[in-house]
Design a protein around this ligand. Structure first.
Ligand code: BG6
Length: 483
């Protein structure tokens, strides 16, 4: 099997090079690609940000990020990788700084053949437009060189700002040059939701509204703000996790499976378009929000959200939300989907749980069947059945079949895999504008509702399972969260 690698020289220009995402995910992912020999002889990683520093300081920052995230580091590989790393400091709105960037890139690319340029925008949406315009004006985006512009989710802050960004991107780039990235779509485990269905027709037989009571899609996190207070206070959990990650997981579960991967974006979009908010007299029946207070996570005392640095004492930003959706897709009609995500919970777990209807024969100890697909945390697939306990009265005990679901084979970090696919011009696992627009259309009214002073904001101690109120909220529909 041919492993995916970058076939030609490339320049990777990272905007937001001193930011949290870069340190946490992007540099370690690039190092892994270097370690796995996925890079050609000629390539350049060029960091761009407003922070003043020289090349040596930037290489140190990259080196430290790799050490912080990797359990083991190969010094020789890391040193060679760092020799490809460069830095330009500049403002996002200054043409002269972009001219400096363009000059650096041209000198690095001297003598390269068939080079590809990839610009990665890991920056706040409000500076997108300036960067995009300057990329074209400075000639960094030059029609004679294949170009990819990768934009991190969330694309925009709401439907309106998304449309502004889309217009700006479309003005400067062709469709083939735009890559809207949701890193969950680069996770092997998340893609596997699609492939599990594809490879196991038996699952398709079970995924039917007459058999299913409800579906839970959970994105539980134990970590907090991780140095991103400014971003998070302005964004909140609904925009941060639901607008893309959770909705994409739900779409992969419900979309129609086709033979060819080439239509996957279309099928995802169609599935997403089928979701709607259940009719309700008050949106509080459809969505619930909460915020963490001081507590203990993995034995360590952590501050409450309002005590975090840069967070106002009166903040009403949600760090937890639970949302109920329905689908118009015929086989899922009437099945409620409960999406739930929160920060500073007791554990990190990303999971889809499909709870089937109550069994016909009910005896003592009997519980409904359930299928858990655990994508992160203790990744695995778990089928909850039950079996009779010996005796004359029907009484049951759980029978659980499970197997780990860990990536074996060519496992690449999500940002690494997506970067290689972008270099190849492969867009299947990147979002389309239509998908992002459809997601904002669902999220916008909910976000407006949550922002109203009259909408309740509940509280939960860090380290637990979220707010008590969420338990009662789900119980009204006969739903118990999986813990
Ligand atoms: C990011 C969000 O997109 O995804 C973060 O901005 C969140 O707030 C993160 O913590 C979760 O990603 P992962 O890969 O750790 O599950």
């Amino acid at each position: 099997m041919k492993l995916l690698s970058a076939p030609h020289p490339f320049s990777f220009i990272l905007f937001g090079a001193s930011g949290n995402l870069a340190k946490l995910k992007i540099y370690p992912a690039l190092y892994v690609l270097a370690l796995k020999k996925r890079f050609p002889e000629n390539y350049a990683i060029i960091g761009y940000s407003r922070t003043e520093m020289d090349k040596a300081a930037f290489r140190k920052l990259v080196e430290e990020s790799v050490h912080a995230q990797m359990p083991e580091v190969n010094k020789k590989v890391l040193d060679d990788f760092l020799s490809h790393v460069h830095y330009v400091s500049g403002q996002y709105d200054k043409a002269a700084d972009f001219a400096k960037l363009a000059k650096t890139i041209s000198s690095l690319e001297k003598g390269w053949k068939n080079a590809v340029r990839v610009a990665y925008l890991s920056i706040p949406p409000m500076v997108f437009s300036q960067v995009v315009e300057n990329l074209s004006a400075s000639g960094v985006h030059d029609k004679s060189v294949p170009f990819r512009c990768i934009v991190e989710k969330p694309v925009g802050h709401d439907l309106k700002s998304f449309e502004d960004i889309r217009m700006q991107l479309e003005k400067c780039f062709t469709e083939e040059e735009i890559y809207l990235l949701d890193h969950y779509l680069g996770k092997e485990a998340v893609r596997n939701v699609y492939y599990l269905r594809f490879a196991n027709p038996i699952l398709e037989r079970l995924f039917k509204n007459s058999l299913i009571h409800h579906v839970e899609v959970a994105g539980l996190e134990s970590y907090g703000l991780e140095g991103r207070s400014g971003y998070f206070e302005h964004t909140g959990m609904l925009r941060d996790m639901f607008q893309s990650h959770l909705l994409m997981m739900t779409s992969l579960l419900t979309m129609l499976i086709k033979e060819s991967e080439s239509t996957i974006r279309e099928s995802r979009l169609n599935a997403l378009k089928q979701f709607y908010l259940p009719p309700a007299t008050n949106l509080d029946e459809v969505i619930l929000q909460a915020q963490y207070t001081k507590g203990k996570v993995h034995g360590e005392t952590v501050a409450g959200y309002r005590e975090e640095e840069e967070i106002p004492e009166t903040s009403r930003t949600n760090t937890f939300a639970a949302l109920k959706l329905l689908s118009r897709e015929s086989r899922w009609q009437g099945v409620p989907f409960y999406l739930r995500s929160g920060k500073r919970l007791g554990k990190k777990e990303t999971r889809i749980s499909i709870q089937f209807q109550e069994p016909h024969v009910v005896g003592e100890g009997s519980t409904p069947n359930r299928l858990d697909i655990i994508l992160q945390g203790e990744a695995g697939m778990r089928v909850h059945l039950q079996t009779k306990v010996g005796g004359t009265t029907p009484s049951f005990r759980p029978l659980i079949l499970e197997d780990p679901l860990v990536c074996t084979g060519d496992c690449l970090p999500e940002h690494g895999l997506l970067l290689l696919e972008a270099i190849h011009g492969k867009q299947n696992w990147f979002l389309t504008f239509d998908e992002v627009r459809t997601a904002w259309r669902l999220i916008d009214p909910l976000q407006s509702h949550l922002e109203q002073e009259s909408t309740p904001l509940y509280f939960y101690p860090a380290g637990g399972n979220g707010p008590e109120e969420a338990v009662g909220w789900a119980a009204k529909d006969g739903v118990t969260w999986v813990v």
